[in-house]
Design a protein around this ligand. Sequence first.
Ligand code: CMP
Length: 140
Amino acid sequence: MAANRTFSIIKPDATRRNLTGAVTKMLEEAGLRVVASKRIQMSREQAEEFYGVHRERPFFNDLVTFMISGPVVVQVLEGENAVQRNRDIMGATNPANAEPGTIRKELAESIEANSVHGSDSDENAATEIAFFFKPEEIVG
Ligand code: CMP
């Protein structure tokens, strides 16, 4: 399959613990290439819009508050089968259920402070990439 792209966020629990490099190393070792990256402080409005699909979930407000509790690193990752490859290296949403060797098993603190977000489909990857990046900011 040709190389394609996915979207990743290194979450505030990871940036707070100075794990940006550790997470990125695991992504790169899994065969993904960082073709765009920036460290940002998300606004509440931005986080609410980004996670809009979860608006009715009981954890929505806590999720948004957590995602704006510190800086995040938003990234575009490129590689063969990038969406699934990234999901595999991230591991299960809840680190307690994640496989050994995955980012969430090795680094995450809880289901909320789970260190990374990754797109769940090619369609959502395109939407999420466009939410944070202009085309000229992505250099493959
Ligand atoms: P993420 O991939 O960023 O997408 C939504 C996030 O909601 C998810 O990762 C989790 O970190 C967070 N979350 C918090 N509580 C829950 C929960 N009970 N079930 C699923 N996701 C949760």
